[in-house]
Design a binder for this molecule. Structure first.
Ligand code: SAH
Length: 262
């Protein structure tokens, strides 16, 4: 069977790989990994005979030719991607040439870095009556943003924003959030290398301070920026509780045990 598996490696900690991803690594004959972000320790389960190659210095053509070559030989071939393959992973650019070459594709999802960052910081991205929406985005740098997706426009919803690939653009983030009526005191959390043992750093600041904090900590890559009205909720005195666990609320799996006045 000529097939290539695109596997989400998760944010860095190999234990955050899915069981399916781990099994496929064990079975793989050839693994091409995205070297700058995928932790090499994810490959510890690979067979001794498995060909393991870092794609860091490769062009798109070189990457797809490598995958096609091994797939045509009948090997079990994997493209190991950071986080989840569907987010900022050039997935379709790689899939199209494989489709043309008649190679079957399967994608295994992974824990994306936004989720790993929220977990590391013990933050929730949604809270009842605060925000029920999360936007995954990035700020315009060399990659232009499509119409309607400027950070100012997205931030005007005052929901949770998880910004990938934007840690060098904190000045712009501040300007656009201020333009969307966020205050200088809005809490911002930056997580560098979420889930990487001994390397993870969590910075908490505000729109006014976070750029300087990142500079002082020398964080200029591999970082997630979270802006949200939910941040810091762990320390709030009053919370609107979720209806799911509310004793007065009946749902499909549980009957209310108190009346609404109780
Ligand atoms: N597909 C990946 C994203 C690739 S784009 C995913 O789902 O996570 C690369 C960007 O992801 C980085 O610039 C950074 O913003 C973020 N990122 C990747 N790994 C990270 C980690 N361990 N901690 C924090 N941010 C990370």
């Amino acid at each position: 069977m000529k097939k290539v598996w695109f596997v989400g490696a998760g944010p860095g900690d190999p234990e955050l790989l899915t069981l399916k991803g781990q099994r496929l690594i064990k079975e793989a004959d050839a693994i091409l990994f995205a070297g700058s972000l995928v932790s090499a320790s994810a490959m510890m389960w690979a067979k001794k005979t498995c060909v393991i190659q870092d794609s860091k210095g490769m062009t798109l053509d070189e990457i797809t030719n490598w995958l096609i070559k091994y797939a045509v030989e009948g090997a079990s071939v994997m493209r190991l991607q950071t986080g989840d393959p569907s987010l900022y992973g050039a997935l379709i650019e790689m899939v199209q040439p494989l489709d043309k070459a008649g190679i079957e594709i399967e994608v295994i999802p992974g824990v994306t870095s936004a989720m790993a960052s929220a977990a590391a910081a013990i933050e929730t991205l949604t809270l009842p009556e605060i925000t029920q929406t999360v936007i995954f985005s990035r700020v315009e740098g060399r990659t232009p943003m499509p119409k309607g997706e400027s950070l100012q426009e997205l931030a005007s919803h005052h929901c949770t924003l998880c910004l990938y690939l934007s840690i060098t653009l904190l000045k712009k983030i501040k300007e656009e959030l201020l333009a969307a009526n966020w205050s200088e005191d809005s809490i911002i959390v930056v997580v560098y290398k979420a889930s990487w043992e001994n390397e993870q750093q969590i910075l908490r600041g505000t729109l006014a301070t976070i750029k300087e904090q990142c500079k002082a900590a020398k964080i200029n890559s591999q970082a997630m920026i979270i802006a949200s009205p939910t941040l810091g909720a762990r320390h709030w005195g009053t919370l609107k509780k979720s209806k799911l666990y509310d004793a007065t609320f009946t749902h499909r799996f549980r009957k209310a045990t108190q009346n609404t006045k109780g």
